[in-house]
Every structure is written in C-alpha cells, then in structure tokens.
Design a protein around this ligand. Sequence first.
Ligand SMILES: *[C@@H]1O[C@H](CO)[C@@H](O)[C@H](O)[C@H]1NC(C)=O
Ligand SMILES: *[C@@H]1O[C@H](CO)[C@@H](O)[C@H](O)[C@H]1NC(C)=O
Ligand SMILES: *[C@@H]1O[C@H](CO)[C@@H](O)[C@H](O)[C@H]1NC(C)=O
Ligand SMILES: *[C@@H]1O[C@H](CO)[C@@H](O)[C@H](O)[C@H]1NC(C)=O
Length: 438
Amino acid sequence: MIRGRTFLLLLFGCWLISVPVMFYNLEEYHTLGGKVFVDCPSGLCPSEEGHISRMAPGLPEWVAPPDKPDHVWPSFNESEDRILAQMSLNKQDGDKIKLILIYAGFLNEEIPIGQRKFVEDECPVTNCRLTRDVADITKADLVITKLGTRQLKEKYPNRPPNQIVLWFQLESPKHAAASGVVNWTATYRRDSTLNAPYYKFVTYKDGAGHKPAMTRNYARGKSKKVAWFVSNCLATNGRLEYAKELAKHIDVDIYGKCGTKRCPRREHRRCEELLSKEYKFYLAFENSHCRDYITEKFFLNGLSNDIVPIAFGAPPDDYARVAPPHSFIHTDDFSSPKHLADYLMELDANDALYNEYFQWKGSGEFINTKFWCRVCAMLHEAHSSGVHMWYDLNQWWSGDGVCFKYQPNGKPKPKWQSWRNASSKYGYLNNTYHILWP
Ligand SMILES: *[C@@H]1O[C@H](CO)[C@@H](O)[C@H](O)[C@H]1NC(C)=O
Ligand SMILES: *[C@@H]1O[C@H](CO)[C@@H](O)[C@H](O)[C@H]1NC(C)=O
Ligand SMILES: *[C@@H]1O[C@H](CO)[C@@H](O)[C@H](O)[C@H]1NC(C)=O
Ligand SMILES: *[C@@H]1O[C@H](CO)[C@@H](O)[C@H](O)[C@H]1NC(C)=O
C-alpha cells in the first residue's frame, strides 16, 4: 500500500529532482510518467530521457520487445507488457485532438493540462489534450478514473456512447476492491490494457554499456546480513511472521514500527547508505500475494541499492519476467525460512556467489514508460482500428487465480502465504475481458 507514504518512498529512493509539497501519492506520479530521479547510488535510476528517442546516436539501444511490434492490445494468457510496442505507436487518427479527462482523485496538480504533457514527453502522437474539468465529461474521448462505469453513469448520464473509461489502480486487489465494467485498465498487471508497472527494466542490445568484467566486490565491508524497513505490521499474507521465523536462523534487522531498529525518515540518505554499505540482503516483502504485484520495495529499496532483494509476494515467475537476470532471491524457491537462511549463509560465506547477483548492473536501465504518450497513441489506435473492449472488474481484478487464496481443506491456516501452497494453479492470468475486433 502506497498512499500517504510519500516519505517512506523518499526514505530509500533516489533523491528526487522536485518533491511536490502537497503530493499525496508520489508513486502514482512516478509510475504515470512524472519526473523521475537523479543522483542514484548505482546509476540505476530510471532514465530521464526515457522513450525510444533515447536511441539517439551514441546511446545504447534497447532490446526490442520479443513480440510483434503491433502487439499493443492484450491477448489471452498475456506474457508481454507491450509497453515498448505502445511507446512506438505513431499512427494518428486524422487531425482531431482527442480529449482526455482526468477524473477527480489523483494526479491533481502535477500533470499539466492541455497538450503540453504530450509535447514535453516527445510523444510520437501528440494530438491529445488533458483536462481536469468535469464539465468536459460530456465530450471527452476518454475518462481516466478509479470508478467503474456504473458509478460514472449514475453521476453523469450524458456521457458520449463511445467514450472510453480507463480504470486506473496501483494498489493490489487486497487493498482496492473493484466492480463494474470499464473499457480499459491501467494497473501494474501485465494484462492491463496499459501496463503501468512500478518500474520497467530494459536490457541494452548486444550488451552495450555493460561493464565487461565486474571488478567490484559487493560483499566488501558488509558486516550485517538481512535488513528490512517496514511500517505496516498487519499485512495479512504473513510477511512479518515469515521474517520472524527467518530471524531465528540468520540476523535480520527490522527497522521501523514492526522491529527494534530505527532509522529516522529525515535521514533517508543515511538509511539508504546503510543498506548499500552494511547489509547483504533486503526483505522486499509485499503486503499481498497477487499476480504481478511487485512494488518499489523491490525495485527501489532493493535493486537500486547495492543489496540483494529477497522477494515475497507475487510468484517467482512474475518476478523473473520483470527483474534483471539473476538479481533477486525468492522465498518460494525454498521450502522453509530455515532453508532460505541456509542459502543466505552460504552466499554470505562466498563472495563469488554473492557477487553473481550484481552481474546484471550496467546491462540495461529503468525507463520512463511514458504513460501519457501511450494513452494518447492507444486512443488514436482504438479510433482508427475500431477495436472495442471492456473488462468486468469483478472477475478480472478479483477473480480466481489473481491473488493467493487460502483453501483450508481441513488443514490449519499457514502462518504465511506461499504459492507453493496454492490450491489452484496460477499458470496464467484468466483474462476475463472482452475484445471486439472490427
Ligand atoms: C500460458 O503461457 C505460459 C507461458 O507462455 C505457458 O507456459 C502456459 O502453458 C500458457 N497457458 C495456457 C492455458 O495457454
Ligand atoms: C466500452 O465498454 C462498453 C461496455 O461497458 C462497450 O459497450 C463499448 O463498446 C466499449 N467501447 C469501446 C470504444 O471500447
Ligand atoms: C506450505 O508449503 C510448505 C513447503 O512446500 C510446506 O512445508 C508446508 O507444510 C505447507 N503448509 C501448509 C499449511 O500446507
Ligand atoms: C476463468 O474465469 C471464468 C469466470 O470466472 C471461469 O468460469 C473459468 O473457469 C476460469 N478459467 C480458468 C481456467 O480458471
């Protein structure tokens, strides 16, 4: 859960260019393409240039999406986020400017209205205009909102019949219920119409920019083992219970309310250094076990520092899809916290093995996924191609297989969730959306 925890993010994140004073949800701002980071410890910050235009002479090229470049709409059993393909879309549907209404509730002041955002972001398609004026709901081509269509219909009966409702959510279903029908979705889930991941890593082509032989020893000078910064001690997936069990077998320092260590928020720089300099492993434990739900805890607190993140949340396959190669450890790969601790001790005693988890550094970058460029381009794409789609949120967002569901079958409730214990298969996301090709 992110909302209202701006400071926690600042605590371990890179230093921000500008810290919006009243901004209540920094992660939304960032995920949806707000200004990003400078001065990150390991040069691993999201690139400021972002975008394909980054492929200027001299800059390393990104590995292109493995799928077809025109694969921009989600398909059944989706395995691609389609982000690069959407970023490359440059077809414009006539000269008409599409009107996009940002409906109350988020991104209040940060994103400029009008056409500016699309121009500033150097979008391939700039023929869109942002508005926050609710009166525009009677003519907007698209409404981005956290409401479902039914709620909108009740409030605003006079919406145009072809208006696209884009449902936006960065929380997991465990913390954000949803129902009703919407046309498009923008969430961290890969099978959203517009995937809005917390961070996206892109590998450089031909290993460009990759420092050849890694000379640095990331284990040097580290006297401590496992760290965790956490403030919500009540997550129902048992992450605290897991950490406490782990702590019986290896030193785990828990900072914040749920533990005994403190590192004050105002000293976030020092806290961040503490991770990189003194600790070998970081518990990037999510508050829910839901498919694809991988947050800044993993990317920012973990990968962007010189520390190996230990994942607990989404299944290992979901992490493997978005993380740099051999960059993390997953609790589900071990049959118990004790077995995990054994492995961590092994890495602790073997610098060569430990350093393998840092080989990926320099092999790619975290990119700005140009959310608003993609909204605009997809809107033009939808209009020119005539694709219609809609999601029943009840099924798509909260249906079977999305989050871990515990089915007791007479057995005692486990102390923590693990996909190893999932009673049903989670082999693919059950895409219960509807798509109509013209
Ligand atoms: C879904 O995709 C995965 C990976 O591409 C594949 O292993 C699996 O068999 C697919 N499942 C179905 C039902 O198509
Ligand atoms: C939007 O969703 C509705 C169902 O709520 C559907 O009838 C309509 O065709 C969709 N429109 C587009 C443009 O996808
Ligand atoms: C969950 O899975 C682990 C590892 O496979 C197993 O040891 C444990 O007994 C399981 N717990 C339950 C409640 O099924
Ligand atoms: C997908 O979801 C639908 C609707 O909930 C359900 O009827 C169907 O059995 C599910 N399919 C799988 C493979 O889980």
